[in-house]
Design a protein around this ligand. Structure first.
Ligand code: ADP
Ligand code: ZN
Length: 527
């Protein structure tokens, strides 16, 4: 029998308020917590940012013993532990970054019953040394975070996760909770089977946010487009505008202010007091716009945010979903609006190429970015695509996204794509988009002449399209992986394996028609 601490008289809601500083539970936190406190096992499927952590953190505080959290990401572990420590919770982690001395110290804390939560990597948990240690201490629960890592269907499969079935065998009396944001049936079924969660109760919160209208527009003059969007549809509303860099945050906030809007910047480079003040004003005042980097938003729970706008592309669908999800928490209509263009794709690919993450990590990030791009280039219901990414099915097109409200026109871009690809090839795969388009349009710029590109066979063959249409085409080809961007040589474009079937005419390419056929002002002015 477990010995119970006096704290057990405290209610989950008291802990939520006094320790975490929140007023109310989100669906289905309260039910999950109750179920674990009663000793049951749980499988929790909730979107990223939905609040999964509290589902095990609060029961770990309320039950006697330490809560053991299995987490695959070392960086995340450290963040969580430092956040918990700041809240006064006794938390620690065990992973390969620690010295032997640190490990001994933490093990001693465990034996003394001085920890509320211990985060541990799966490969470490399943060693005999750790299991022997766990057998000697009182355990409140096992939480298996990112439980989809046990699934071979997914992209995040971790062989170490397969060993976690032994928790059930060795510690049958301890409640277990598995958590994930991946909700498709195959993954779910595999989690249950491999972790021996046949008896577990499943808690799921749907991913759909029907009151949010998703819109992704092509970038032309993004600031102006943003201003038109806010003035036209959200005059006097509270909203968040996300930008990638601190500099752009500052500039955009200044500019919006100069246009007479009530906008404030927020980013990690500002001093803490000012940041705090801006966040506070956003929460307290009506109709304030926060222009922010992604540093803003963690734990922000303002119900009447009417719009979230992105001036830069998020790095993943998860990030997009989480950031846009800050709109319309009150259930009233809200907008998720984004302006996106070729430069976004190039910039994010470059940041990824230049980051010093290891190759496996880069591949994963690249895969995530590709999924985000596919969402941007989506020609069918955006909500269906978004939900499908999380394994959630929406039977019918939603009727509340841009592609539903204004169906995207497509055109057969096969021939133009062949011209665009062959122009890359003919000029030696050494040039960026701007120059390639000059060649296609037959412009005799200095660069064209210096390189003799007025002599190549693709010179001037692209006059049937306007400059902007070529931009749109190159963007879509890059987004689809038919062209690679080489960052070691200043963003030059290169062909890929995937280019070949298109060049050989084996593949038909239906592309988005972004640019209206009538001449744009710029093209008209030049003509
Ligand atoms: P997940 O693990 O599902 O991605 P987290 O547990 O990290 O999500 O929670 C996301 C954010 O929501 C965190 O900033 C967290 O503090 C906040 N949060 C969680 N539950 C609540 C709640 N009941 N009220 C307000 N904020 C909450
Ligand atoms: Zn739709």
């Amino acid at each position: 029998m477990k010995t119970r601490r006096t704290i057990v008289e405290t209610q989950p809601l008291d802990i939520l308020k006094s320790v975490f500083g929140y007023d109310r539970f989100r669906e289905p936190q309260s039910e999950v917590i109750g179920h674990l406190l009663a000793g049951g096992d749980a499988l929790v499927l909730m979107p990223t940012g939905g609040g999964k952590s509290l589902c095990y953190q609060i029961p770990a505080l309320l039950r006697a013993g330490v809560g053991i959290v299995i987490s695959p990401l070392i960086a995340l572990m450290q963040d969580q532990v430092s956040a918990l420590t700041q809240l006064g919770i006794r938390a620690a982690f065990l992973n390969s970054t620690l010295s032997l001395d640190d490990v001994r110290r933490i093990e001693q804390h465990l034996l003394n019953g001085e920890l509320d939560l211990l985060y541990i990597a799966p490969e470490r948990l399943t060693t005999e040394r750790t299991l022997a240690l766990l057998a000697r201490i009182e355990i409140a629960l096992f939480a298996i975070d990112e439980a989809h890592c046990v699934s071979q269907w997914g992209h995040d499969f971790r062989a170490d996760y397969l060993q976690l079935s032994l928790l059930h065998e060795r510690f049958p009396a301890i409640p277990r909770i598995a958590l994930t944001a991946t909700a498709d049936a195959k993954t779910r079924e595999e989690i249950i089977r491999r972790l021996g969660l046949g008896e577990a109760r499943m808690f799921q919160r749907g991913f759909d946010r029907p009151n949010i209208r998703y819109r992704i527009v092509q970038k032309q003059n993004a600031r102006k487009q943003l201003l038109d969007f806010i003035r036209g549809e959200h005059d006097g509303d509270a909203g968040i505008v996300y930008c990638l860099s601190r500099k752009k945050v500052e500039e955009t906030a200044d500019w919006l202010q100069a246009q007479g809007l009530n906008a404030l910047p927020y980013h990690a480079g500002m001093n803490a007091a000012e940041r705090q003040r801006h966040q506070h004003r956003f929460l307290m005042e009506e109709g304030l716009i926060i222009v922010a980097t992604i540093a803003f938003g963690m734990g922000i729970d303002k119900p009447n945010v009417r719009f979230v706008a992105h001036l830069d592309l998020p790095k993943s669908v998860e990030a997009y979903y989480q950031e846009t999800g800050r709109a319309g928490r009150d259930g009233q209509p809200a907008d998720a609006w984004m302006a996106y263009g070729l430069q976004d794709v190039i910039m994010l690919r470059r940041m990824l190429a230049e980051s010093n993450a290891d190759d496996a990590h880069k591949r994963l990030e690249l895969h995530k970015l590709d999924a985000m791009l596919a969402l941007c280039e989506q020609v069918h219901c955006r909500r269906q695509a978004l939900l499908a990414y999380f394994g959630d099915r929406l039977e019918q097109p939603c009727g509340n996204c841009d592609t539903c409200l204004e169906p995207v026109k497509t055109w057969d871009g096969t021939l133009a794509a062949q011209q665009a690809l062959s122009c890359i090839f003919r000029t030696g795969q050494r040039f960026g988009v701007g120059h390639l388009i000059d060649v296609l349009l037959g412009k005799t710029t200095d660069k064209v002449q210096k390189n003799g590109h007025d002599k190549v066979s693709t010179f001037g063959i692209g006059k049937h399209l306007q400059e902007q249409q070529w931009h749109s085409l190159y963007r879509q080809l890059i987004a689809r992986g038919l062209i690679a961007v080489d960052f070691e040589s200043m963003g030059t474009l290169k062909l890929t394996e995937a280019s070949r079937p298109v060049l050989r005419g084996e593949e038909t390419l239906m592309l988005r028609e972004d640019i209206k056929p009538e001449k744009t002002k710029r093209a008209a002015a030049k003509a």
